[in-house]
Design a protein around this ligand. Sequence first.
Ligand SMILES: [Zn+2]
Length: 133
Amino acid sequence: MSCPCQSGKEYGDCCEPYHSGQLPKVPLSLMRSRYSAYATGLADYIINTTHPDNSQYLQDHKLWKKQIEGFCHQTQFLGLEIHEEVIGEKVSFVTFTAKLMQNDQDASFTERSRFEKGGGWWLYHSGEFKLGV
Ligand SMILES: [Zn+2]
């Protein structure tokens, strides 16, 4: 199957290796693999790649997992568009638009995500909504 992150590649050549345990070495791979994890309901991957300093980080992983699964269930994931990457050694930013539908309504949003490196791999730290990109 083609990858849910809409890179145009096969899932096995794109995000699947990360979902099976390989660590994303560049922020864009993390970005894409998180999007496709949402699209396929892989809540554990979202939790494992979220920085503990994130404001939505829940110590109660069971509850958090339920929340993510609920979100995935009621959302259709229609595409991912990458606008900008700013890559640093410890901190990187990726600006993207996620095309989503919820209850037949457009729920797309544009975000500038902050990624931080911890223990040799990248984690999603936080996001800032952007308008008019
Ligand atoms: Zn992918």
